[in-house]
Write a protein that binds this ligand. Structure first.
Ligand SMILES: [Zn+2]
Ligand SMILES: [Zn+2]
Length: 62
C-alpha cells in the first residue's frame, strides 16, 4: 500500500527514516511531521514536486 511505501522510505528533508509520517495535500508526498512543519513555515510548497500545499490539510498518520 501507499502507507507501507512511505513508512519504509526516507524523508527527503532530513534523509532519515520518516517519523510520524505526514502527507501533503494534494500531492501526497510523505515527510516527517516535524520536518514538513518546519519547512512549511518558510515555503508553502512541496519540497519534492514544488506543488503549492495547504498546511492546514496536512494528513498525519502516527
Ligand atoms: Zn524528516
Ligand atoms: Zn509533492
Amino acid at each position: 500500500s501507499n502507507e507501507q511505501t512511505v513508512l519504509n522510505s526516507r524523508c527527503p528533508i532530513c534523509l532519515e527514516r520518516i517519523q510520524n509520517a505526514s502527507y501533503l495535500n494534494p500531492c501526497f508526498h510523505g515527510f516527517c511531521f516535524v520536518c514538513i512543519q518546519e519547512w512549511s513555515e518558510r515555503k508553502a510548497e512541496c519540497p519534492l514536486c514544488m506543488q503549492g500545499m495547504r498546511t492546514s490539510c496536512l494528513l498525519q498518520y502516527v
